[in-house]
Design a protein around this ligand. Structure first.
Ligand code: NAD
Length: 302
């Protein structure tokens, strides 16, 4: 059995996959390679589109598309299903990594860490302009109380934040082990009352653009917005305006409408940028690899 891995992958995972089948790592011509492949493994870079599947001659052999990660927005699931291709992912493996990044960027934002760092590198010792705020006692508004949102709640609650959340269908088990008090509120109330809003929903037609100019205008004056979920959920033009005119004190972005991102938000000093590194910890990658191999073995019954 052939397994094509079309995006970067840790050696450990490639080796583990090698025990299931013959691994073809990053083939020069993906469409060609897919004609003789049972399993395709992708991360974020490869877009598994209808066109790719068609160009691969209908991919009659392909049985499984596996996404090493959570979101399936780079996989046309319907096109796969129409061809009888099973789509699997590793939903839980990176949750803790993303939640820790959110906590880290939140503290950096409120303490102006990115500004302080850049100043010192240009020999400026500017303590006065770096007066910050503490996250303790602030209200964190979590949009999407699933795997990641609930972990953020636990960690932020332990750091003394008040947690409010909006989710039409919160996970029953989310936050279950935590002693943190979480108040579920309607979206408008969350936007009106949170000092920091963090987004943890999947990108889908309902959530695309949910943080548009109208929603951002409902946020508290001087609040912060964090998006480590998916680009496209936050309207980047509206965010630019709000961060520029001071309605928002700042933002932190790990994800963008177009990646790699090179747009005008980069002009602004009150936005903390990371290049989609939410899941980029050695621990998460290990868990992703392990979960991926286990899921594949289940599907292939081997
Ligand atoms: P999850 O499915 O466990 O949780 C998502 C939650 O959002 C669910 O509880 C769902 O009920 C809720 N939801 C759906 N529509 C909503 C809406 N309109 N308003 C409010 N809540 C809504 O997902 P997860 O594992 O927590 O992942 C969340 C997001 O994080 C996904 O977009 C995923 O792609 C992203 N992610 C990003 C990175 C990164 O590298 N930055 C890594 C992993 C995951």
């Amino acid at each position: 059995m052939n397994i094509v891995i079309s995006d970067d992958m840790e050696k450990e995972t490639i080796d583990a996959l090698g025990t299931i089948g013959k691994v073809i790592y990053k083939p020069a011509n993906l469409s060609e390679a897919l004609k003789d492949t049972e399993v395709l493994i992708v991360r974020s870079a490869t877009k598994v589109t209808k066109e790719l599947l068609e160009n691969a001659g209908g991919t009659k052999k392909l049985k499984i598309v596996a996404r090493a990660g959570v979101g399936l927005d780079n996989v046309d699931v319907r096109a796969c299903e129409e061809r009888g291709i099973t789509v699997i992912n590793t939903p839980a493996a990176s949750s803790n990594a993303v939640a820790e990044l959110v906590i880290g960027t939140m503290i950096c934002l409120l303490r102006n860490v990115q500004k302080a760092h850049l100043q010192m590198k240009t020999s400026v010792w500017g303590k006065k302009g770096l007066m910050g705020n503490e996250i303790g006692g602030k209200t964190l508004g979590i949009i999407g109380f699933g795997r990641i949102g609930s972990l953020v709640a636990e960690k932020a609650g332990a750091l003394g934040m008040d947690i409010i959340a909006y989710d039409p269908k919160p996970r029953k088990d989310a936050g279950g082990n935590s002693k943190i008090n979480i108040k579920f509120v309607p979206l408008d109330e969350l936007l009106n009352s949170a000092d920091i809003v963090t987004i943890h929903v999947a990108l889908n037609p309902e959530t695309k653009g949910m943080m548009d100019a109208k929603a951002i205008a409902k946020m508290k004056n001087g609040a912060y917005l964090i998006n480590a979920a998916r680009g496209g959920i936050v309207d980047e033009d509206a965010l630019y305006d709000a961060c520029r005119n001071g309605q928002l004190r700042g933002a932190a972005l790990d994800v963008y409408g177009n990646e790699p991102y090179s747009g005008r938000l980069l002009e602004l000093d009150n936005i903390l940028f990371t290049p989609h590194i939410g899941a980029s910890t050695k621990e998460a990658q290990k868990r992703i690899g392990k979960e991926l191999v286990e899921r594949l073995k289940q599907e292939l019954e081997c």
